[in-house]
Each structure stands twice: as C-alpha cells, then as structure tokens.
Design a protein. Structure first.
Ligand code: CUA
Length: 339
C-alpha cells in the first residue's frame, strides 16, 4: 500500500472517530451517577462505547477510501479481479473481535460481582409499590414508614421490593439500576449512595392511569444526619393518643398523585376532585364525615360517577392507624367545607 493511501485512511479514521467521540462526550446522555454501582455501570458503558467508536472509525475510513479509490469508470463493465481468501486478514478479523468481546465480558463480570457484593453493616429498606405510590419502611428501626426514601451516604443499602397490586418498577436514574415490583415476589436491589442530594424515584412499568404520576424522592444524607432523622422517626407518635395532622397523612400517602385538593395544593386528575366532597356526599345521600371515612376505607362502596372503580387502593383501612384515619377525615371535611 502506498504511503499516501495510509495517510488518507488514517486521516478519515481520525476525523470520523473524533466526530463520534464528540457526539458521545459533549451531549449529556447519562445522569450524573449518585451511587458506586451506577459509577461502575457507567464505566462499562463508556468502555464499550470507546471500542464501538474505534471500530466505527476503522470501518468508515475503509468504506470512504474504497468508494473513492476503487470507483469503476462510467464505461467500465468488466468484472473485478478474482480474489481468494486471505488467511492473514481472516485471522486478524477473527482475533480482534474475540479479544474485544472477551474484554467486555471480563469487565462486565467484575462490575456485576462487585455491584452485588454487600458491604458490612448494610441498611435494610422495604419498598412497597402500589397504585400509584411508593412507601419505604426501615425494619431495623421499628418499621418506620415514609413516603420518601432517605438513605445515608457511603453505606450499603439492601432494598427489598414488593407490590400490593400490579407490576411496578422501581427506578432512581442516578442510582443506575431498575427492578420490577412483582405481586407475590420480593425482589432485591443493592445500592451504595455516594453523592449527597435529592433524586427522583420513578415507576417505570405501565401500571395504570396514574403511572406517570407514580413518583417519589430519594434523599441521600450525611450518615449522622440520617441516623438523627431515623431516631426522630422512631419516636412513638402513633402510640400516643395525640391527634395526627391530616394534611401530613394526605402527603405521606401521596393522595395528591390522584386527587385535586386546594388545601393541599394537590392537582391530581385521576380520582374524584376532593374540593367537591360535600357535593359528592349529597349525591351519595350520606353525611359528609361518614362519607369521607367510607370512601377511604372501602372506596368501592360508592364510586363517584365519571371516575373508575377499583383504582383507589383498598388497603388504607389496614395501613392507616385510627389516629391517622381520624386526622385525615377531619382534614378532608374541613378542607371541603372551605372549598
Ligand atoms: Cu407503578 Cu407505573
């Protein structure tokens, strides 16, 4: 091969490789990782991308060079010269992919096994998915239950994920991993958050009308702040007979993802408009407070026309304490009287 041809091939390769690398590096394809596992997964991703860019550059260089250099003249109807196999070339194009694919397999294997390796003193968190909300509880801390996932930085976290109704999927993009919540199964995810901040928790399995609104937050805190927060949550609030704030219960159970209620700045459109509870109670021929309580505990007893049945979770009678239920009913009755 002439020296000029090699320079041309190299030139095309460097330019196309450079362009592909610019597209890969200059656009924000991936979220900034917030867990060690996501960092390792990103490493595998970029490792594979680098190999792809190199192969792309070689192929495009050979292609463009051949199109120009070996182009047939307009009046040339001859066949090309007969060519038999080239042993050297065949060995080369078998060996290189073998080495690359093996390298990818080894790197992926190392990352998978390190991502699954649980650190000492892991924190257990139970994640419960239901239409259309996530709840999180901490079995090592008297089963404290929250609607946001709070986690300490730099500590192994074992998430045990369950569903109460249909298939959902738990995903925090910055943590780099997704896992389905399947009724009847307990699925498992291991993460080690390594960056402070607040990240979205999203359901990524089409689970019904409220799927798009099935969101929560993951908050990564300093370990000391996390411990203090958890200890505070452990204080037996429900055990005392003190009234529970209904607006808090409303927020903790993500009622706002389905319902509109001005008093709670809620704008959900899937379930009945709670600003109109007084009118609904009249339509159902029931006193307001009794109607509100029944609608929370057994939502199918009366379904407001125009809204789907079986969508409101039928579990609140079990999951809310008596104080929480009383507080929520009182809050809704007062809010709808104002509205
Ligand atoms: Cu739950 Cu989509």
């Amino acid at each position: 091969m002439r020296r000029g041809s090699i320079v041309t091939l190299l030139g095309i390769g460097v330019i196309t490789g450079g362009l592909a690398a610019a597209v890969a590096l200059l656009l924000p394809w991936l979220p900034h990782p917030a867990s060690r596992e996501a960092g390792r997964i990103d490493f595998v991703f970029w490792f594979v991308i680098a190999i792809c860019i190199a192969i792309f550059a070689v192929v495009v260089a050979a292609l463009l060079y051949s199109v120009v250099r070996f182009r047939a003249q307009p009046d040339d109807h001859e066949d090309g010269p007969p060519i038999h196999g080239h042993t050297g070339l065949e060995i080369t194009w078998t060996l290189i992919p073998t080495v690359l694919v093996t390298a990818i397999a080894i790197v992926s294997g190392i990352v998978l096994s390190r991502n699954d390796a649980q650190g000492s003193d892991a924190l257990r968190v139970n994640v419960t998915a239901q239409q259309f909300t996530f709840t999180f509880s901490y079995p090592d801390a008297k089963n404290v239950t929250t609607s946001e996932l709070r986690l300490p930085k730099d500590r192994s976290v074992e998430l045990y994920i369950r569903s109460k109704d249909v298939i959902h999927s738990f995903w925090v993009p910055e943590f780099g991993q997704k896992i389905d919540a399947v009724p009847g199964l307990v699925t498992h995810l291991h993460i080690t958050p390594d960056r402070l901040g607040t990240y979205p928790v999203e359901c990524t399995e089409l689970c019904g009308l409220g799927h798009a609104l099935m969101r929560s937050q993951a908050i990564v805190m300093q370990p000391k702040a996390f411990d203090a927060w958890l200890r505070k949550q452990e204080q037996p609030v429900a055990a005392s007979a003190a009234p529970v704030s209904g607006s808090q219960v409303f927020a903790q159970n993500n009622c706002a993802s389905c319902h509109t209620l001005t008093a709670a700045h809620a704008t959900g459109k899937i379930g009945p408009d709670l600003d109109k509870l007084a009118a609904y109670a009249q339509q159902a021929h029931q006193p307001l407070a009794a109607f509100v309580r029944q609608s929370i505990v057994s939502p199918n007893a009366y379904v407001q026309p125009g809204y789907p049945a079986n969508l409101m979770p039928q579990t609140f009678g079990k999951t809310l304490s008596k104080q929480e239920l009383d507080g929520l009913v009182q809050f809704l009755v007062q809010a709808s009287k104002k509205g």
